[in-house]
Design a protein around this ligand. Structure first.
Ligand SMILES: [Zn+2]
Ligand SMILES: [Zn+2]
Length: 205
């Protein structure tokens, strides 16, 4: 599906890049409008790739010796300043680490924090996972701080790639707005020239 997302960005953008910028201001328009517009296209494509290629927060299907699977726990994310350098280092292929959490068995009453949440169990993966994790049927894994599975990008949006996803939505929205404005100016210029707006007139130099 990633290829369709590229097509949706490129199909309207490439003709605007080639014909519209030239139609507005000749070769000067091609350079001064075309180059920033090309950067905007590349930026949208780059952000889609960044969402698709970043681990969304896959929770490895490993049993942890730190957890007694017969107990329930209160769990909290540690604050960044509470993490040591070792805690931040990724564990192998995945970036998930239980060291990111404060775990306290519920029955000890050790947690005095009312915001603590429970660990949950994924029957499919057979693992214990932190709050806001969900199992994605399409990806076949549990994702930490799961937002949704995005078919347009072909991956889940979760803890590690949400910021790229939001950036993609924002900058592609801006790109769409710029495209609409350039088209508006282009048709205004062509109308002022008094030529009928046929396809041939709009794409010939
Ligand atoms: Zn799962
Ligand atoms: Zn998914």
């Amino acid at each position: 599906m990633l290829i369709f997302t590229y097509i949706l960005v490129l199909v309207p953008s490439v003709p605007v890049l080639i014909f519209t910028t030239y139609g507005i201001g000749g070769w000067i328009g091609s350079v001064f409008l075309g180059i920033p517009y090309l950067i905007s296209i590349v930026n949208s494509i780059r952000l889609v790739m960044q969402v698709a290629l970043t681990d969304p927060g896959i929770i490895p299907k490993l049993k942890s010796s730190e957890i007694n699977y017969n107990k329930t726990y209160n769990v909290l994310y540690r604050k960044t300043e509470e993490l040591t350098r070792d805690d931040k280092i990724s564990e192998g292929r995945n970036f998930f680490s239980l060291k990111q959490f404060k775990l306290s068995p519920e029955d000890t009453g050790a947690s005095d924090d009312n915001h603590a949440e429970m660990l949950s169990f994924c029957k499919t993966c057979q693992i214990i996972r932190p709050p806001r994790s969900f199992h994605c049927g399409s990806c076949g894994v549990c994702i930490e701080v799961h937002d949704h599975h995005c078919p347009w990008v072909g991956t889940c949006v979760g803890r590690r790639n949400t910021r790229f996803f939001v950036a993609f939505l924002f900058w592609t929205g801006i790109h769409g707005l710029i495209t609409a404005i350039l088209c508006g100016i282009f048709f205004a210029v062509k109308s002022a020239e008094g030529k009928p707006l046929t396809l041939v007139n709009t794409v010939t130099f």
